[in-house]
Structures are given as structure tokens and as C-alpha cells.
Design a protein around this ligand. Sequence first.
Ligand SMILES: [Zn+2]
Length: 466
Amino acid sequence: MDIFSSFENQWTITGIIRLASAFRIGGGQNAAAYSLSASPVIQSYNAEKNMYLPVILGSSLKGVLRTGVERLVRSFKIEESCVALTSDRDVKRLCGNCVTCGLFGSMKRGSKICVDDAQIPAGDIKTVYDPATVHEQPHYASSSSGPAQRGRREGLLRSEETVAAGTRFEFRIRLDNATKTEAGLILLALQEFNEKRLQIGGAVSRGLGFIDVIDLKVEKASVGESGKISSMTANVKNLKQKAKEYLTNIDAKKDSGLNDFSVYAFAHERISPGTGQKNGHTVARFTVITRLPFKMAGFDESTVTNYHEPYIPGSTIKGFLRHRFAAEYEDKNAGAQQFSGGKGMPHSPPRPSRTDEIFGDTRNHRSRILVSDAFSMKKVTANDEIPINTILQMWMVFDNMQGSDIDKILNLIKEPVVITGSKSAGIDRRARRFKPTHNLVEFTLDPKDVTIFRTDTYLIECDPSN
Ligand SMILES: [Zn+2]
């Protein structure tokens, strides 16, 4: 029953979101009250502390949870859920009848779910606010990240505010008159964050918005026989199990194409042992070792830092991969052929390159590869560079990709590589200094740190966080 006029039950899901990488939800023009940044993050005023603090908007969290539930459900049976947003930004009409419309609402019905803005826990706010929490970060907007261009220009250095990795937020989600299965689906969507299959906020392809959801608690209030409302703690594991039973029952055992990001591609494909087949949605957790000290200038700092700790930006690693991928695998003449039209002559729109299809472009292609920042597991002792032989950790997400393309990318980082431009790496060809002094890094990947979304393993997997 989901008529809102009568109270049947209310689920309250609470927990902590810990930013595993930096995060941003843009503040737009209204942010002028608390930020001078050209690209500020949204913050809200805390009257008690008399300061502005970053916030994760409830509407943003709700939106991304909807995407998470849709993708899970549709991977089992595509007709079971409609899609609220598509990657090409078409506004689709919500069907009003499916499981996600029931939970998250549509034009026909209200929403069962209510998501509060997630705030920094009171205990985490210092008396003097740490300005490193919201930090201006550089990123190079590569001029190649658009349709093929005639003249290649230098990348533009832009800056944007982000909320630092490690920052924590308390969240609260309420569900009115929902079933155990529905509550379980929300918990499964929250687990998708921990699996790094779901991110929040903007610039996720450059590695922003990776989060961990911890300290989950579920309370269920319901009306007893006597008409009294009683509250009890619900078992997270059991609710997820309930939702997985539902997914098992709807499973149509049919895959849809690579280009539908509202499903996990190849989710039903079975890997025969030894074939090394990697088609699908793949998350890889890399160990990164600095084989030379790493240094890359930030704004007003000699190297980029997060809470005063130096790190390697995901945008730098992604930029390196994009550049190398194009150099290694693209047909050198393809660009020239596309622009056969002379000055002022109409020409057919350029065909997107494989590089654009994988790394994204500003017009049509969502990036299939997401590269997180690389962080040291221990405190970095120097704050002007990352010392040699420091061990860092990062994620790469290959979103609905062919195994052969994933292999191509992994091939680019088989050997230690210099991941920045020559200048930052200390190479100066004119001065005949060819050996880098900085920024040589080694990527290693343990096969047990690779997860591919497959329906069979997903249904039997237990969640280590609970
Ligand atoms: Zn629907």
C-alpha cells in the first residue's frame, strides 16, 4: 500500500558519507556570499557556528540514488524501470508505474523517499574552520577533449573549488510506507557507492565524487495492533537480501548494448576461467608507486594538496592516458580527412574518434573512464612534493567497456611512466636534459582488486561493510 493519507510505516536510514576523493556540487552565482572563486562549491550557512560549510544537497543525493536503483534494476530486467535522466540529456517522460517511479516519484505520484541535506557532523567542525576543507584546485582543460580540431591549442588552466577528500557528512533518508524490498533497494544503491560504481556531484570522470558510505543504521517505525507507533532497528543485511530476491525474480537474463549507461553492460556474460575476459562495467583499484618524487604546482602551493597532504590529481592521470591512447592507437590521418572542406565550405560533422568515445568529449560522449585522485595510504612527510617510493591508491572505473579497450589502456601503464608534461617532470630537451627528475610513477593492479558487474556474482556476494 502506498497511499500517503494513512501512515503505515516509516524507514529512517542514517549514516556517514566519507569523501574518498574530492567532491563538488557547483554553487552557481549565489555563492558570491561566501566565495570569491570563479567556480565555487555550494555551501550553507551554519548559524550556530556562524560560518558557511559545504553541504551535500538532498536533491543531489536523491537523484544519484535514483540512478543507482534504476541501473541495478534495469541490469536484471530493462522493462522493470524507466530512466529519469539519460546521458544525452533528453528529458524522458517518467512512466509513473515502475519500481523507481514508485520510490522516487513521478508526475503521477509523490515520492516515498525524502533525503535531507547531508551536513558535516558537529564534532568534525573545528572552532576555527579549516580553510583546507574547501580548496581551490587546478585542472587542465585539455583542448583535445572536444571534436577533432584543426589547430591544437595548449590546454587551458582552470581552477575550481572542491571539498577535500576525507571530509565527512551525516545523511538521513526517510521512506514512507515502503516495503522491505524498497528499503533494501535503497541500501543496495548506497552500497554501489562503496563498490565505486556510483559517484556524486560533478566532474566524476576526473575522479571527483568517489565516496564511502559507513555506519549505516536503519530504523523502522510502524503502527502496531493497538494503534501505537513503535520503532525498531532493522537488519541491513536482511533488507538487502530481500531486494536481491526481488532482482533474482525479475531477472530476464538478457543484456543490452554498451551504449546504454542505464544498465551494466554484459552483466549476464559468463567468464570462462583463463580467458581473461573483461567486457563490462569494471572497477579497478590500483596501487601507484612514485618512482621519482611527484610534484605538480597548484594554486599558491608548490604541489597540489588535499588537507595539506600532497596527492596526484585524477585529472592529470586521465589526461596522460587520453594523450597516450590517441598517440598510440589513433589513425594519424583520420583528423585531416574529416576536414576536407575549405574555408567557409560546409563539411560534414567530424566523426568522433575512439579517444573521444572512451575519454569523453564536450558534445556527445560521456567519458567511459573515470580516474580518481591517487592518495597516499600513510601521512606524506613532505608537503612540497610526494617523496620517491611512496605508495598511493586510486581507482579507475571502466564504465561499460569492451575488454579489448580496457586492455589497451592497461597496456599504456605496464611500465613506469612520466604522467605530466616535460616541464613538471624536469625534462628540458633544449638543454639536453632528457632524464626526468620528477613524476615517474608505476601502476600495479592486483587481479583481486578488480570487480566486474555480473548478475550471478552480484546476487551471491556479501557486502563486507555490513
Ligand atoms: Zn517509471
